[in-house]
Design a protein around this ligand. Structure first.
Ligand code: PMP
Ligand code: PLP
Length: 526
C-alpha cells in the first residue's frame, strides 16, 4: 500500500454489536497460513477441483468509455455461448440485459423454471406445492434459514461432527448445538429419537429444539452418507416432534460406487469411462429428504458450488410456499438476487446443454471424484496394513503400522479406523489413543482432566503433522458449540482428509508423511 500523509483511523470497535463481535468466521480460513509453507501437502481444504468447472474461455465485448449512448434508443445485448463439440448449436439468446437488471424478489424466471423441472425430475419432492427460490449458494441459504426459524438461544439439532461455517453462524446468536451420535453411515436415528423423546424429562427448562441441520451425503467432515432407511427414520422422528429439517446437500451428486481394490477393478484407474447412462442416475442416488417429505417440513439447500464451481455463488431453496414467501422478502432486503452474471451464464449453459447434458456433466463430475476416492483408499492400503475392523469399532477397517498386520501383540493396535467413503470429498479417520505413550503421559499427569489431555494431545499431533508437512483438519474444528450432551469418548481423536484436490503423487507423499508421524508419536519407529 502507498505511504499516506493522513493519520490512521481511530479505534471505533466499541461500536460493534454483541452478535458481530462473537462471530468467529470459518475456522477453515485459519489453515491458509500453513498452506503457504513450501512443500506442504494439503488434504485440509474441501475445495472442489478447478478442472471440474465447465468454463473454457470467457470473452466479453464491451463499449469504449466514450461510446455515444443515445437516450431512448433500443439497445440489446446478446450472449454467445458455444460448446466446441456442439458447434452447430451455438445460442444467441438475449439473457444479458435481462439478467443484469433488477428482478423482483424471485430472480430469473427461466432459470427458476429450469431448476423446478430438474428438481421435479430428479429430487421428486413428496408433496404437491413445493417451490424453488434462488439464492447465492448454501452459505447464504443457511443464513436465511437460521434467520427464518431460530430465536436467540435456541437449540439446534446437528450431527456430532459438523460443518464449521454452519455453527459459526448461529453461535453468536447464543444458539447451542444438540449433537446426535454418528457412525459410519452418519447420524444415528435411534439417538435422535432418544434425545427428543427424553427432552422434556432431561432438559425441563430448555425450549425443545425445532430445527435439524444435516449434511446427508458425503457429510462434512465425516464423509458419511445416510441410507434411505435412516433418512426415513429421521424424518418420522421429526414429524413426531414437529422438527423442520434443513438438508444442506452440496455433495448429493457425488454419491459414489462402492470402493473395490485395484486387483478387483483392473488396476489403477485414471480415466473416466463415462459408463453410466442418464437413465441410471435415479438408481444410483439415494433419494433426498425432500423426496420423503410428505408434509413440507424439509428445506433443501441446493448449490452449484461442487458441480459448476463455488464462485458462481448460485444455489436454491426447495421448500414449502409459506417459508418461500418469507424467504423471498428476506432475499429482497438482504441479497436482492444472485449475481446477474451467474444467472445469465448458468441459464445459457443449462439451456444449451439441455437437462440431459447437465445430467451427463454431473455423472462426469461424480466419476472424477470416484477416481480420486479410489486413489486415497488405495494409498492408505499401500502405506498402512489395513484389516477388517472387529465389532468393537464403528468403522469397517482398522489401519496398523505397515508389516504389523499379522502381529498379535499391542503393536498391532490400530492407529486409526476408517470406512471407504460412499460419497463426497472427505475421508475421516478415528485415532485410538489408549496405547499412545504421549497421550497416556498427558492423561496420567494430575493436572489434566481426560478431555484436556485429549485436546492437548490432538493439538500437539496436529502440529507434528504440520511439521512433517502434511495438513489435515482436526476434529475440534467440527465440534458444535454449547453441547447439552456431554462427549463420552476421551481416548479417540479424528482428522479429516480431503481427496478432491491433490494429485495422486502428492496424496501418496502426504499419507507416507502421516504414517511417519504416527510411528514417531506412538514411538514405533523401528
Ligand atoms: N469456506 C467456506 C465458506 C466454504 O463454503 C468452504 C467449502 N465448504 C470452505 C471454506 C472450504 O471448507 P471445507 O474444507 O469445510 O469444505
Ligand atoms: N455446506 C456444506 C456442508 C459444505 O461442505 C459447503 C462447502 O463445501 C457449503 C455448505 C458451502 O456451499 P456454498 O458454496 O454453496 O455456499
Amino acid at each position: 500500500p502507498l505511504e499516506s500523509q493522513h493519520p490512521k483511523a481511530v479505534d471505533l470497535s466499541h461500536h460493534v454489536n454483541k452478535v458481530s463481535s462473537s462471530i468467529r468466521g470459518s475456522p477453515l480460513k485459519h489453515i491458509f497460513q500453513y498452506l503457504r509453507e513450501p512443500g506442504m501437502v494439503s488434504l485440509a481444504g474441501g475445495l472442489p477441483h478447478p478442472n471440474l468447472f465447465p468454463y473454457q474461455q470467457l470473452d466479453l465485448k464491451v463499449y469504449a468509455p466514450d461510446a455515444k449512448i443515445i437516450p431512448g434508443e433500443t439497445v440489446t445485448s446478446s450472449m454467445n455461448l458455444s460448446i466446441p463439440q456442439y458447434a452447430s448449436e451455438t445460442h444467441q439468446l438475449n439473457t444479458l440485459s435481462r439478467a443484469l437488471q433488477y428482478y423482483p424478489g424471485r430472480s430469473s424466471p427461466t432459470l427458476t423454471a429450469l431448476f423446478y423441472d430438474f428438481t421435479a425430475r430428479i429430487m421428486r419432492p413428496g408433496y404437491a406445492d413445493w417451490q424453488i427460490l434462488l439464492n447465492s449458494g448454501s452459505t447464504d441459504g443457511w443464513s436465511k434459514v437460521v434467520n427464518l426459524l431460530c430465536e436467540p438461544g435456541d437449540y439446534i439439532i446437528v450431527e456430532e461432527h459438523t460443518f464449521p461455517s454452519a455453527h459459526s453462524l448461529w453461535a453468536p446468536m447464543g444458539c447451542k448445538g444438540v449433537p446426535v451420535k454418528m457412525d459410519k453411515d452418519g447420524m444415528i436415528p435411534e439417538d435422535l429419537e432418544r434425545i427428543m423423546d427424553g427432552w422434556e424429562q432431561n432438559h425441563p427448562e430448555v425450549k425443545k429444539p425445532h430445527l435439524l441441520y444435516t449434511v446427508p451425503v458425503g457429510q462434512n467432515p465425516t464423509g458419511s452418507t445416510l441410507t434411505f432407511e435412516r433418512k426415513k427414520a429421521i424424518y418420522e422422528t421429526c414429524v413426531k416432534h414437529d422438527i423442520i429439517i434443513c438438508e444442506d446437500d452440496p455433495y448429493y451428486f457425488l454419491q459414489l460406487p462402492r470402493y473395490v481394490s485395484p486387483s478387483e477393478r483392473n488396476g489403477i484407474n485414471d480415466t473416466p469411462q463415462g459408463a453410466v447412462s442418464d437413465a441410471d442416475l435415479l438408481k444410483i442416488l439415494v433419494p433426498p429428504f425432500v423426496h420423503i417429505d410428505y408434509q413440507g417440513r424439509v428445506i433443501r439447500l441446493e448449490t452449484l458450488s461442487k458441480t459448476l464451481g463455488p464462485g458462481n455463488r448460485l444455489g436454491y431453496f426447495v421448500c414449502n410456499a409459506a417459508f418461500a414467501e418469507r424467504l423471498v422478502h428476506a432475499t429482497e432486503v438482504i441479497s436482492q438476487a444472485p449475481s446477474g452474471w451467474s444467472q445469465a451464464i448458468i441459464e445459457e449453459l443449462l439451456v444449451t446443454w439441455r437437462p440431459e447434458g447437465y445430467i451427463r456433466w454431473l455423472l462426469g463430475v461424480r466419476e472424477n471424484y470416484g477416481i480420486r476416492r479410489d486413489w486415497i483408499c488405495d494409498i492408505i492400503r499401500d502405506v498402512f496394513d489395513v484389516l477388517p475392523a472387529g465389532n468393537e469399532y464403528n468403522d469397517d477397517f482398522i489401519a496398523v503400522k505397515k508389516g504389523h498386520g499379522q502381529l498379535q501383540d499391542t503393536k498391532s493396535a490400530p492407529f486409526f479406523s476408517f470406512t471407504y467413503p460412499k460419497g463426497g470429498m472427505f475421508l475421516y479417520i478415528k485415532l485410538y489413543l489408549s496405547q499412545n505413550p504421549k497421550f497416556r503421559a498427558l492423561r496420567n499427569a494430575a493436572e489434566n482432566q481426560d478431555e484436556e489431555a485429549n485436546e492437548k494431545w490432538t493439538r500437539e499431533f496436529w502440529k507434528d503433522l504440520i511439521q512433517e508437512k502434511i495438513l489435515l483438519t482436526p476434529h475440534f474444528f467440527y465440534t458444535p458449540p454449547g453441547n447439552v450432551e456431554k462427549k463420552e469418548e476421551s481416548d479417540v481423536a479424528f482428522f479429516r482428509m480431503t481427496f478432491s484436490y491433490e494429485t495422486r503423487e502428492d496424496m501418496h507423499i502426504g499419507i507416507q508423511r502421516l504414517a511417519k508421524a504416527f510411528e514417531k508419536n506412538w514411538e514405533m519407529e523401528n
